[in-house]
Design a protein around this ligand. Structure first.
Ligand SMILES: [Zn+2]
Length: 263
């Protein structure tokens, strides 16, 4: 373990950010929130990965708007939030180590030169310093909790249009695999709002093949979980970010009460 930390220490310089940012709970809350794609930092050692500046503003680098939504939501609920600070282009923390898109050589048509032709040791460095460090931190928090009073919440955002330009109609999507029950209860609450198109395993399907965080932390423990995807054009500015955080801060406690009634 020590040698791993030393290795990680060399990969991330002394003055560089740790791979995760923890916003500690300030109240006794059932909610454990994570944000796999919140940040878009790159370790100094990797430069710009050979990617032009404007590509770093796109969804391929991070989940636009979700860091701010997560932080407002954390403030409102007072719960734990663990954020990933490095770009998904360095290593995607919602993919298992070794997954074909873990360190993408090409992302949405853009070649990522700094990710091409990596040695096993170079991959391992990113896995140890970022992927495993982040998930180990989440594990440490879960290990200290009463799991029958815990809801695991994973926050993401999605692009308003598909690659072929087709618009995505959903304002918000709930992805689920091991816990369709929670997704259904939350979907009902969101639909009761009256102004939302809510995706059911849309725009993506959650499963152990294409995702990591929810299956690894929650699926394995059969822990109640919600994976929330918000459309990026709705949370691209401060007003939208606050609005969505307020909405979720109102609905999540209602959800949790409702879930206890429907065990
Ligand atoms: Zn994401």
């Amino acid at each position: 373990m020590m040698s791993q930390q030393n290795e990680a220490g060399r990969f991330l310089g002394e003055d560089e950010s740790r791979p995760y940012h923890v916003h500690q709970a300030v109240v006794d809350s059932p909610f454990v929130m994570i944000s796999d794609h919140a940040g878009r930092m790159v370790p100094e050692k990797l430069g710009d990965l050979g990617l032009p500046r404007d590509e770093w503003d796109r969804h391929i680098a991070y989940d636009i708007g979700i860091q701010e939504v997560g932080r407002h939501l954390q403030q409102a609920l007072g719960c734990l939030l663990v954020e990933q600070v490095y770009s998904r282009l360095v290593i995607d923390c919602n993919r298992a180590a070794g997954h074909p898109t873990s360190i993408p050589p090409v992302s949405d048509g853009a070649p990522v030169q700094g990710n091409q032709g990596l040695s096993a040791a170079e991959r391992q460095q990113r896995e140890d310093a970022i992927l495993h460090a982040y998930h180990d931190e989440i594990e440490r928090h879960l290990a200290r909790r009463k799991l029958d009073e815990t809801l695991f919440v994973s926050l993401h955002s999605f692009t308003p249009a598909m690659q072929d330009g087709q618009a995505r109609p959903w304002h918000i999507g709930l992805l689920h695999d091991h816990d369709p029950h929670s997704a259904r209860l939350m979907r009902e609450l969101l639909e009761d709002e009256g102004d939302l198109c809510v995706g059911d395993n849309q725009p993506y399907v959650l499963n152990v093949q294409n995702e990591y965080s929810v299956p690894y932390h929650a699926g394995r423990r059969n822990l109640p979980a919600l994976e929330i995807e918000i459309r990026q054009d709705l949370i691209s500015d401060e007003a939208g970010q606050r609005l969505w955080a307020e909405r979720l801060a109102r609905l999540l406690p209602l959800f949790w009460e409702k879930r206890k009634d429907h065990m």
